[in-house]
Write a protein of this length. Structure first.
Length: 256
């Protein structure tokens, strides 16, 4: 019997960095009303996650930003009838290691990308974001416009831009005990080994009789959902956009 569902954010529930549609919100609310335990796990931080929720307020929904190294739940205040997201646990990267990796990305890796970056729109915003338990490295910049992100994505597909630099990053950071995967469509996610999306599984109760369903979109090699494949008692379903998620939830889970 399936009663626990975990969603990736960008792709399954929203377009990259965009807000949830009314249809996706309605689906989440329906699942919870029917007794399903629903969570959202993403490499993004809590600010981006809540922004993409677009005002969705739901008791019972659990948020797992930064690959599930944090958990946030909705706390309702009886005295004034308000509510807010409250963090229930979190782990963070060692400060000295954070400084070392940041220096390496800023002064070695980013400059080495110059020959590729000259074919791309100018970098806009920070290229490095500390998410507490993860470092996000985005060569095009975190504030890149939607149009510039699409240009980067096309260039990446044609030239294997990120995969080429991923090899170098993995070799360099492995010596420090850190892994690197492709994050979204424009960046790299860097974190200690074991702090990938499987981290969240230790905080969820599921079994052979009550398996966990995980709906993601990046199950390809070096994708940030690939780690969930072959996890015991976890059913992985791949989608490419929110409309597919609606279809698969209605047919596979709700059996409409």
């Amino acid at each position: 019997m399936i009663n626990k569902i975990l969603f990736d954010l960008d792709g399954p529930l929203t377009l990259p960095r965009q807000k949830m549609s009314p249809e996706i919100k309605e689906m989440i609310l329906e699942l919870i009303s029917l007794g399903y335990e629903v969570g959202i796990v993403t490499g993004s931080g809590i600010d981006y996650l809540t922004e993409q929720l677009d005002g969705l307020i739901c008791e019972g929904l659990k948020l797992y930003p930064c690959n599930g190294t944090q958990e946030w739940v909705r706390m309702f205040m009886l005295e004034d009838n308000t509510s807010k997201w409250v963090r229930s646990y979190a782990v963070e990267i060692d400060k000295k290691e954070l400084e070392q990796i940041t220096r390496y990305l800023t002064f070695d890796m980013f400059p080495s990308m110059e020959d590729d970056l000259k074919y791309l729109p100018p970098t806009c915003g920070d290229i490095i974001q500390n998410r507490g338990s993860m470092i996000n490295f985005c060569p095009i910049g975190r504030k890149a416009s939607w149009a510039d992100r699409e240009i980067f994505e096309d260039y990446d597909k044609i030239t294997s831009f990120r995969n080429r630099y991923l090899k170098e990053l993995k070799i360099k950071l492995k010596t420090m005990g850190y892994d690197v995967v492709l994050g979204g469509v424009t960046s790299f996610d860097i974190y200690p080994y074991g702090w990938d999306k499987t981290y969240v599984l230790q905080h969820l109760k599921y079994s052979e009789l009550n398996p966990l369903v995980f709906i993601g979109n990046s199950f390809y090699v070096n994708g940030n959902d690939a780690c969930m494949l072959n996890q015991k008692n976890v059913i992985c379903l791949s989608v490419s956009h929110p409309e597919e998620t609606l279809k698969i939830v209605n047919e596979f889970i709700l059996e409409k």
